[in-house]
Design a protein. Sequence first.
Length: 93
Amino acid sequence: MVLNVDSIRGQVLFRADCSMCHPSKARLHYNLEGVVDRPGEPYLKRYLTKQDSLLAAKDPYATTLIEVYNGVRGNHRFPYSDDELNYIIAYLR
Ligand code: HEC
């Protein structure tokens, strides 16, 4: 992990909002390792703020994830600013 201020801010957000379901990015729970490069940053920002709209549009990546996790849904609709999304992405890298 690159230790910089943005990734530390991201870690704080992650611990508050994500870690109850994703214990840590390193623990691979729900497989967050490499996730920034898998769907790409713009997609990830939409996914974290508007998962519902991706599912409503039958987006293939979002719908496949639900299948892979047997219908368990994360309800990712976090009202983050673009800065906050960038911090989380810096942390997830
Ligand atoms: C209530 C539990 C819960 C919370 C809170 C949660 N997630 Fe998730 N997350 C899930 C589940 C379940 C999945 C897989 C199914 C799905 O798509 O909803 C998932 C999937 C993901 C994925 C897609 C993984 C992949 O392989 O592409 C990302 C990225 C992600 N979460 C990031 C986050 C981040 C960042 C936060 C905090 C801002 C967060 N999640 C909060 C439960 C949660």
